[in-house]
Design a protein. Structure first.
Length: 328
């Protein structure tokens, strides 16, 4: 069982050498005490969801041509952040998966990391089990206007998927986006003028934002600690001041006209990204006549990932059941 193996043993396995540094991108996990924890200890001490589920599926996917850098060595030469931008393919074993939209999965990480370890690999396994091929995006972080740069990363990933559609067994025009926290903002921004329309790409079939950031108006109204600068935060995320962000398409709830049917999942006790971020989008979608589902867990906070061990357990399955039952 993988539960008895340490993070060190798993991440240093040659079979996943290419993706291992992106478990939590830009974070050298080898310097952390938990690097020597077993997965069982990670579950007991860290509460990081079902890591065994993710690692098991990752090792299965790694038997094939699963890892695809977004940019060439020449493109990365003057832009080091591009070296960590990649697309990982997790194919489903379901024979009907080829006829379904693929899931485009975007983990979060506050625009400074990408948490494939918790919000990528384990969640992909859930969607695979429901009969959907999954692509996980590791986008550039710690760059100017990270969310805007991510639009280009998504578009580049879509180019790769289109070029290899026969290998991946997908229709490149049919996909569902799913993103967490900062990744939730990215998949929401993809539905605005900065996203698929700017790149002349097809609209998603559906969108699953999970505890997403959505509103600079809400963030501007929050209390900021000493030494924290709201404008610097906005500049890092979208490349403009907080005021400019809240008066543009970066203010997601006021720019939902390009959204597909959307299902939001969050927890009532989320103190990092207050539930109002999701509620504002849900109200805007409903007012625009766009199908919307919102599930708010009674317990739990930010970063519940696949929901293991809490009331949000099974949300990926419920998202798919909503899509198949009411949207498709």
């Amino acid at each position: 069982m993988l539960m008895n193996k340490t993070m060190k043993a798993l991440l240093e396995d040659k079979a996943i050498a290419r993706i291992a540094p992106e478990a939590i991108s830009t974070w050298d996990l080898s310097k952390e005490e938990f690097y020597h924890y077993t997965l069982q200890e990670m579950k007991d001490k860290m509460g990081w969801g079902n890591l065994e589920r993710g690692f098991t599926r990752l090792f299965e996917a790694a038997r094939g041509d699963y890892y695809h850098p977004l940019y060439s060595e020449a493109e990365c030469a003057d832009a080091p952040a591009k070296k960590r931008a990649s697309l990982v393919w997790f194919p489903s074993d379901d024979k009907e998966a080829d006829q379904r939209p693929f899931i485009f999965l975007v983990p979060g990480g506050g625009f400074v990391n990408v948490w494939n370890l918790t919000e990528g690999w384990p969640v992909a396994q859930h969607f695979n089990a429901k009969g959907y091929h999954v692509f996980i995006l590791t986008y550039q972080v710690r760059v100017h206007a990270t969310a805007v740069q991510a639009m280009g990363d998504m578009a580049r990933a879509m180019e790769i998927i289109r070029a290899k559609k026969d290998q991946f067994h997908v229709d490149p025009d049919k996909y569902i986006t799913c993103g967490f926290s900062a990744g939730g903002y990215i998949v929401c921004l993809w539905n605005t003028e900065k996203g698929y329309r700017a790149f002349d790409l097809p609209k998603p079939q559906a969108c699953f934002p999970i505890y997403p950031v959505t509103s600079y108006r809400l963030m501007e109204a929050e209390e900021w600690g000493e030494g924290e600068n709201p404008d610097e935060f906005a500049m890092a995320g979208v490349g403009c001041t907080m005021e400019e962000a809240r008066n543009s398409c970066f203010e997601i709830p006021e720019h939902v006209e390009g959204f597909p049917p959307t299902a939001l999942f969050l927890a009532a006790g989320d103190e990092l990204v207050p539930p109002e971020h999701s509620k504002k989008v849900a109200r805007a979608l409903q007012a625009a006549g766009i199908p919307c589902r919102m599930e708010i867990g009674e317990t739990g906070g930010h970063g519940f990932a696949d929901g293991t061990g809490m009331c949000m357990e099974g949300w990926p399955e419920r998202a798919i059941e909503w899509y198949e039952g009411e949207i498709r």
